[in-house]
Design a protein around this ligand. Structure first.
Ligand SMILES: [Zn+2]
Length: 844
């Protein structure tokens, strides 16, 4: 494809005066945009989408223009090049798309209300005002907004409000910034405000449907995150304020608009008295992520979308660095090990996956770049490797330089490597390029051959993969100090094994700490040695062992059946990371059994054995003063006991439900979802179903909502499943932003799979009209791919999705997902009898 010219090449804006008049009643936006800038050609283009442009003037004179809808552009003919002031008058619709300027809906005491907010990343600012909507086109902005205002409403934006005149709100001029980071919102908002040590005003905003104390947790985390970053980056927070706003309708998780970060309510507001530790940790990392962007992404911005990874990988690493610093007792890096790491390793093993750095031009493809497993999770792992190589001193020194050199401007990955290289003396770029430019990752085979300890690398695949001889510069992190720091060859001898082993005094290992992006395939000698010393291994190493064995089994490099006898050895661990990895592995065995078969009953008995002692030890309800590990592990082991249909577990959960029937909201959030699901599954009725669905629409507590969703989607009752699916397209009950979770829940339920699959195929057009064009759209396909495991479903999947393979933004997802389901179906066919035999032997 020929390179598309960026609009910035012909016109460089320096300042915008934006005037917007927004009418919620008529759903119409009237706008006037004045842009001062430099034209280097007489034919220039501005971005626009869905705008009705009525006039374009250059330096006060009307000029010719044409609308180019496919290119999302206004083509303008100027009389001269050089300094030019353009004035564009237009109208635009206010639509419910969760893109551009859009309304969010909610209720307070049964009264319907709305908040207007914005979402401009990636290319939606052009739906609000004409602009050179490219990250490189940084300019200053004066924003003036009028709306059908009534008393009690608040308006906020990137900068403080300067004045109100004749109902128009004028905001202070922004710093030089990219269009996709502009934001504003208005409506009936409540807020809590504080100040950092250095004097930055920090605030949390939400609707009045929430209790005031639901804002407290976020305010504390936001304040301390900014204080942490000012110190870590050695660079002051660049704006007068940092607002965090929760929007009732929000497509992504959160958005780092400069000075006005927007969030899904579930990722900002929480009940401080009854929210699980896991959810608190998640919310804290989301806030820390967005605030990391205020420097890395906002102050210094990627030059073009191909370097999106630069923003996201970095923020994804920093969210853990920051939370680890402000809440050290949480050991938040453990969450990285149980969420980001497996996500990256699973997805990156499929042939056809994107590399972290991808070239991109088409706006529809820009959204498809947001593959969270790659751009966020794998990218963060890359930077974790960099941080380990550099150490924090050099990292901070390099970052300070990077911010100084590029602030209020743009940068590329190469600029970051050069700043970090200068600070450390290491050629970081050379090491990182093998990771960023190539998709996939290596498996390191470690073996003893003729007495010599050998390591080799080659690309690891789950499913069919074409080995093209890729090589990586692997930070080896071996406990053998004689091994190289970076392993970049195909193979290497590390000397006589007996001598290495003797010197080590412990089993030979590589990738200690699980911090490099590769897996290890030890031969029998080395693996047996490690397993013989299992109880001396730390929790992360145990997790890693389970993780690598599972992936090797998925990649058909060892048999699943051979792993089954190992599981019990991890079952009584007191480390939540080990428990989590164990049940990820155990849950993977479910694909080998048919629901309600004898094989499934045997697997349930295995789950019962694995979880039994832990359920006894931990009990159902949180215990005052217990460790974070115990608190986090409890839901995992209880969930295993309930899958096992352990009679005591089912009865205790029922009793807890019965005792708390009139106050379900106050039931401990750690176990509420499990208790409600158990009730719906085993003691369900239409009455209970209706009661929970009504509560779902009434509560503003996102965590309670997710407990109810888990419960309702697990019903075995075919009529109730139909009733639920009938609500999928009713935004008054299930908001489009939450629909994917509901769809997943029903699809994962063996009794609901067919109905959910029928729904999405029949109503695909509705789904595309409602959430298409949105970066979350493709993930509906990922959800289906996560569930399907039979030849019949594979064939239906292909019949339905293959004709859609050329839909912009869906091509890669569909191509990859067909491979993923194909390889799972082949794996199940080949190994199910051996796996089920191994399970049967295990429970004898
Ligand atoms: Zn981000």
């Amino acid at each position: 494809m020929a390179a598309i010219k960026h609009f910035y090449e012909t016109f460089q804006p320096s300042h915008y005066d934006l005037y917007l008049d927004i009418n919620r009643e008529t759903k119409l936006i009237s706008g006037k945009t004045t842009i001062t800038g430099n034209a280097t050609e007489t034919n220039i283009s501005l971005n626009q989408k869905f705008l009705q442009v009525t006039a374009v003037e250059a330096d006060g004179q009307a000029v010719d223009f044409t609308m180019d809808q496919p290119a999302e552009a206004i083509r303008i003919s100027l009389k001269k090049t050089g300094q030019t002031t353009l004035t564009i008058t237009y109208t635009a619709p206010l639509t419910d798309s969760m893109m551009g300027i859009y309304p969010s809906y909610y209720e307070v005491n049964g009264e319907k209300k709305q908040i207007i907010g914005t979402q401009f990343e990636t290319t939606f600012a052009r739906q609000a005002f004409p602009s050179v909507d490219e990250p490189e086109a940084k300019a200053t902005f004066d924003l003036a907004i009028k709306f059908d205002e009534h008393p009690g409403e608040t308006i906020i934006s990137n900068m403080p409000e300067a004045r109100t005149e004749n109902g128009v709100h004028y905001f202070d001029t922004t710093m030089k910034m990219s269009t996709y980071l502009i934001a504003f919102a208005f409506g009936e908002l409540q807020s809590k405000i504080t100040k950092t040590k250095s004097g930055v005003t920090v605030g949390v905003f939400g609707t009045k449907a929430h209790k005031a104390n639901e804002l407290d947790f976020a305010l504390d985390i936001a304040k301390r995150s900014i204080e942490f970053y000012e110190d870590f980056y050695q660079t002051k927070y660049p704006l007068p304020h940092s607002w965090q706003l929760a929007l009732p309708d929000f497509s992504a998780g959160a958005m780092e608009n400069w000075g006005l970060v927007t969030y899904r309510e579930a990722y900002l507001l929480l009940d401080p008295d009854n929210t699980s530790l896991e959810m608190k940790q998640l919310v804290a990392t989301v806030i820390a992520h967005e605030l990391a962007h205020q420097w890395f992404g906002d102050l210094v911005t990627m030059k073009w979308w191909d370097d999106l990874w630069l923003n996201e990988s970095f923020a994804n690493m920093m969210e853990y660095v920051a939370v680890d610093a402000i809440e050290p007792d949480w050991h938040i890096w453990e969450m990285f090990q149980t969420s980001d790491v497996p996500m990256a390793l699973n997805r990156d093993a499929t042939d056809g996956v994107q590399s972290v750095h991808v070239s991109v031009e088409d706006p529809a493809e820009i959204d498809a770049l947001f593959d969270s497993a790659i751009v966020y999770a794998k990218g963060a792992r890359m930077l974790v490797m960099v941080r380990a190589l550099l150490g924090d001193d050099a990292l901070r020194k390099g970052l300070k330089k990077y911010f100084e050199a590029h602030q209020y401007g743009n940068a590329t990955g190469a600029d970051l490597w050069s700043a970090l290289g200068e600070a450390s003396g290491l050629d970081i770029g050379a090491i990182m390029n093998s990771w960023l430019e190539q998709p996939g990752y290596p498996v390191v085979d470690a073996s003893v051959e003729n007495g010599a300890l050998m390591i080799r690398q080659h690309q690891f695949f789950i499913g069919d993969g074409k080995d093209t001889g890729r090589q990586w510069q692997i930070p080896l992190n071996s406990n053998d100090k004689q091994a190289p720091v970076i392993f970049k060859d195909d193979e290497l001898s590390l000397g006589k094994y007996s001598e290495v082993r003797q010197q080590l005094g412990e089993p030979f290992r590589v990738n200690v700490g699980n911090s490099s992006h590769f897996i290890v395939h030890y031969d029998a000698t080395l693996l047996d040695d490690i397993l013989a010393h299992l109880d001396k291994l730390d929790a992360i190493t145990q997790l890693q062992l389970l993780q690598d064995l599972r992936l090797l089994a998925e990649g058909r490099q060892m048999s699943y059946a051979s792993i089954v006898p190992l599981l019990q050895r991890f079952a009584d661990s007191k480390a939540t990371v080990v428990i989590t990895a164990l049940y990820v592995m155990a849950n993977n065995l479910k694909k080998f059994v048919i629901p309600d078969s004898d094989e499934e009953k045997a697997l349930q008995r295995l789950f019962d054995r694995l979880s039994h002692a832990q359920v006894q030890r931990l009990g159902w309800l949180p215990v005052a003063g217990e460790s974070n590990d115990d608190q986090l592990a409890r839901p995992t082991v209880l969930s295993a006991a309930l899958y096992a249909q352990n009679r005591d577990a089912v009865a205790v959960a029922h009793q807890i439900f019965t005792d708390n029937q009139t106050k379900l909201a106050t039931l401990s959030a750690d176990i509420r979802g499990l208790v409600l699901s158990n009730e719906v599954k085993h003691y369900g009725s239409e009455k209970l179903f209706n009661q929970l669905l009504t509560t779902y629409t009434q509560t503003s507590d996102a965590s309670y909502k997710s407990s109810i969703r888990a419960a309702l989607t697990s019903t075995p009752d075919a009529a109730l499943i139909q009733k639920l699916i009938a609500q999928f397209e009713n935004a008054d009950v299930i908001k489009p932003q939450d629909l994917r979770g509901w769809f997943r829940g029903v699809l994962e339920n063996a009794h609901g799979e067919q109905a959910a699959w029928d729904w999405i195929r029949n109503d695909w057009q509705w789904l595309e009209d409602t959430v298409g064009g949105d970066m979350e759209f493709a993930t509906y396909i990922t959800v289906i791919t996560g569930v399907f495991k039979t030849a019949k479903r594979l064939s239906e999947f292909k019949t339905f999705f293959e004709p859609k393979v050329n839909t912009p933004g869906l091509t890669r997802e569909i191509t990859m997902d067909i491979k993923i389901v194909e390889s799972r179906v082949a794996l199940v066919e080949a190994e199910k009898s051996a796996v089920n035999q191994a399970v049967a032997t295990e429970i004898k």
